[in-house]
Design a protein around this ligand. Structure first.
Ligand SMILES: Cc1cc2nc3c(=O)[nH]c(=O)nc-3n(C[C@H](O)[C@H](O)[C@H](O)COP(=O)(O)OP(=O)(O)OC[C@H]3O[C@@H](n4cnc5c(N)ncnc54)[C@H](O)[C@@H]3O)c2cc1C
Ligand code: SF4
Length: 463
């Protein structure tokens, strides 16, 4: 074995997986996990821990994998993270713990994410469940939204003995984990549901189909229903559009709608009666993880798919692994290309898209080179569907229905960076609702920090 290289991970063959929604990555077995764990040199000052937004004791759990004591490895991870099987699959480890792993100075960093996934899957398969605390303090706290921010805050508060209820607008808990990220990256029944069940096993109640701001307001929860503190983790689910002609045509979707129909409403499964127009020729506009997910979903639904992105490959915001998988699956890329108009037929359906070529000019305020149109470079792509994946913003409903709650010009709730405290006393917030669209682990980190601050606040007011 070459100690400088990661133990390779098994994956479904691209020619097979483009015809199914099963998970692409197949994970390590025990021998592979132990071999990979042995690559960790157990640093005295482990940089990987500082690179992890929830500070998991990474060398600690890895050393238990070396000992083949996977139960103990799980107990270590479980102290820090409520959703390890999810994080092991979707966290951008390459820009967090693995980016700073000492092993990475010469050779590949330790495959921390794949080891976390191995341990969490083992615990699930062996029915290891976290236990609810023996003592409860009877103080009611409400969590709005059941994405990673809300689930993490809920679990931390339950562990501290609070009486926790999550209110979720959709009929399924999980946020983007269930409606956004596709089955082939994150299986819902096998992986997401059991981790949510682990949060429930801590005593957390989840009420679905409750839109806070419509069904009930935060003011009512606090003034009439006895909740002493509230955490808002409502995410950023409002899709952005370009504002170009033809965007209202039939066959134009936001990536959010497209993925929700596929993931939550199971449009890919013939036994469900909630189908989606699959399209023969589909363009996905955008270059982030969401764009890759939409493109790979459309491919699996049978379309010929092109990603249209206005900068070059080096600036693609999606994870390298996702771009690599998309390419392996036969997704085409039209880079340095920007849509100008969606062309519509006489029945109101998409028939193509006029685009223009771009080149990279001077750096803008984000430090990236600004794309500039190349004169007289217009061309038409023939299409029957377009999926817009241009980022999302928080929904303004909560801010507009809660007295004293401030949001900023982007619609994000204004909250203290370290505590999540908002402008309204007793109300905390975190995750995408505060930062705009970010990552699962950052949302979890915010949920955890807010729980600590809520606990301090509640102890101070001596409810
Ligand atoms: C398609 C896609 C792929 C992604 N891939 C990755 C990835 O690979 N890795 C990664 O780290 N991140 C990824 N992300 C980003 C990541 O999923 C989010 O940053 C993360 O889920 C944010 O968590 P959250 O808890 O803040 O919000 P969300 O996950 O959005 O959860 C918010 C929840 O609040 C509910 N809600 C909203 N309003 C109300 C209301 N008024 N009342 C009650 N409930 C309400 C929503 O229904 C939702 O369930 C992806 C995002 C998308 C869309
Ligand atoms: S930095 Fe890398 S090698 Fe060092 S303890 Fe963390 S995982 Fe192990």
């Amino acid at each position: 074995m070459d100690v400088l290289k990661k133990v390779p991970i098994k994956e479904q063959d691209p020619s097979v997986r483009v015809r199914n929604f099963d998970e692409v990555c197949l994970g390590y077995d025990i021998d592979e996990a132990v071999a990979e764990a042995n690559r960790c040199i157990q640093c005295k000052n482990p940089k990987c821990v500082k690179g992890c937004p929830v500070s998991i004791d990474i060398p600690g759990f890895i050393s238990e994998v070396v000992n083949k004591d996977i139960n103990e490895a799980f107990q270590i991870i479980n102290k820090y993270s409520a959703l390890p099987a999810i994080c092991g699959r979707v966290c951008p480890q390459e820009s967090q713990c693995e980016q700073v792993c000492i092993r990475g100075i010469k050779g590949d960093p330790v495959s921390i994410g794949k080891l976390e996934r191995y341990v969490a899957d083992w615990a699930r398969e062996n029915k290891i469940r976290p236990k609810a605390p023996d003592k409860k303090n009877g103080i009611k706290v409400a969590i709005i939204g059941s994405g990673p921010a809300g689930l993490t805050c809920a679990r931390e508060m339950a562990e501290l003995g609070y009486d926790v209820t999550i209110f979720e607008a959709l009929h399924e808990p999980g946020g983007v984990l269930v409606y956004g990220i596709p089955e082939f990256r994150l299986p819902k029944e096998e992986v997401v549901r059991p981790e949510i069940d682990n949060v429930k096993a801590m005593g957390v109640k989840i009420e679905t189909n409750v839109i806070v701001g419509k069904s009930v307001t935060i003011d009512e929860l606090m003034d009439e229903e006895g909740f002493k503190a509230v955490f808002i983790g409502t995410g950023a689910g409002l899709p952005n559009f370009m504002g170009i002609p033809g965007e209202n045509a039939n066959g134009v979707f936001s990536a959010n709608e497209y993925l929700t129909r596929s993931n939550l409403m199971k449009a890919f499964d013939d036994s469900y009666d909630t189908p989606i127009i699959t399209g023969n020729k589909v363009a996905v506009v955008g270059g982030g993880n969401v764009a890759m997910d939409a493109a790979r979903t459309a491919k699996r639904l049978g379309a010929d798919v092109t990603v249209v992105y206005r900068r070059s490959e080096a600036e693609l915001p999606a994870r390298t692994e996702e771009v690599h998988h998309a390419k392996e699956e036969g997704i085409h890329f039209q880079l340095l290309t920007n849509p100008k108009e969606i062309l519509v037929d006489e029945n109101g359906w998409v028939k193509g898209m006029t685009c223009v070529r771009m080149e990279l000019g001077q750096e803008d305020s984000s430090g990236r080179r600004r794309p500039v149109e190349v004169e007289n470079s217009e061309f038409v792509i023939e299409l029957d569907s377009v999926i817009m994946s241009l980022g999302t913003s928080p929904n303004p409903l909560i801010a507009s229905t809660t007295n004293g709650l401030k949001n900023n010009k982007y619609g994000c709730i204004v909250a203290d960076e370290t505590t999540g405290a908002t402008s309204r006393e007793g109300v905390f917030a975190g995750g995408d609702a505060v930062t705009g669209s970010a990552t699962v682990i950052l949302a979890m980190g915010a949920g955890k920090a807010a729980a600590e601050a809520m606990d301090k606040y509640l102890k101070n007011i001596q409810v």
